[in-house]
Design a protein around this ligand. Structure first.
Ligand code: NDP
Length: 224
């Protein structure tokens, strides 16, 4: 049986990853901040183990990694926040900016770092869920906290890929599309099932390389 661990698993894209892998018979470690409030996650049928994890709590990440002494075939680093309240130029809110970096960059890298030994044991794969809003080529202004967090995540993902390529671990970095979730909103272009179906296919094919590309859920390459 294959094993996957997903962060931010209680709603949105993370929850859809849980549903699809569980449906396909995987063992799923579903991590979320408040398992007691994760009503939909708690109803997912299958081999699903729910863990409390706030990715800004470094000690909690390390502790969970120590508790789960088993190979992990796929690690989906998905938890993320938008930049609500970040402000506009002339009125930036630096506390909000730092909190966005804390989740999207440091939380993501700390998760990958803590679970890298488990993924190495499986010769597995790590997928960072980033955004094309972090692409410098895409930037059209605004959203400074969110955009810079994903730009930094893209670079961090490449650094992690280079660190793990020699160990046989494939690290990939994805834009999930504009997806109808709490973050993506009601006008989004695709539903979570389409995004995650595409992402899973790409994760399966992801190569061991020190230099991954930024790919959208449909395989389109996005400029850094
Ligand atoms: P949602 O807002 O629907 O879900 C975000 C998830 O991240 C929730 O499970 C949330 O948990 C979790 N999360 C937030 N902060 C933390 C934290 N500190 N520790 C652990 N979990 C946390 O967003 P999406 O599902 O749409 O987004 C998933 C990923 O996809 C994100 O990284 C996002 O940036 C990216 N993305 C999404 C796009 C879209 O159109 N939807 C487009 C491009 C990228 P909680 O319920 O506790 O807040």
């Amino acid at each position: 049986m294959s094993t996957v661990l997903i962060t931010g698993a209680n709603r949105g894209i993370g929850l859809e990853f849980v549903k699809q892998y569980a449906r396909d018979g995987w063992k799923v470690h579903a991590c979320c901040r408040n398992p007691d409030k994760a009503s939909e996650l708690n109803t997912v049928q299958g081999d699903v183990f729910i863990h409390a994890l706030d990715v800004t709590d470094h000690a909690a990440i390390v502790s969970l990694a120590s508790d789960l002494a088993e190979p992990i075939d796929i690690l989906v680093v998905n938890a993320g926040v938008g930049g609500r309240g970040e402000g506009d130029f002339g009125d930036y809110n630096y506390d909000v900016w730092k909190s966005v970096l804390d989740v999207n960059v440091y939380g993501s890298v700390a998760t990958a770092e803590a679970f890298a030994p488990h993924v190495k044991n499986a010769k597995g794969k790590i997928a960072f869920i980033s955004s094309k809003m972090g692409s410098i080529g895409d930037a059209s202004g605004g959203a400074i906290a969110y955009r810079t967090s994903k730009t930094a995540l893209n670079m961090a993902g490449k650094v992690v890929a280079a660190a793990l390529a020699g160990e046989g671990v494939a690290v990939s970095i994805f834009h999930p599309g504009w997806v109808e979730t709490d973050m993506g909103g009601p006008n989004a272009l695709i539903k979570p099932d389409e995004s995650v179906k595409g992402l899973r296919a790409l994760i399966d094919q992801s190569p061991v390389t020190p230099s991954p590309r930024l790919l959208a859920y449909d395989g389109a390459e996005i400029p850094w």
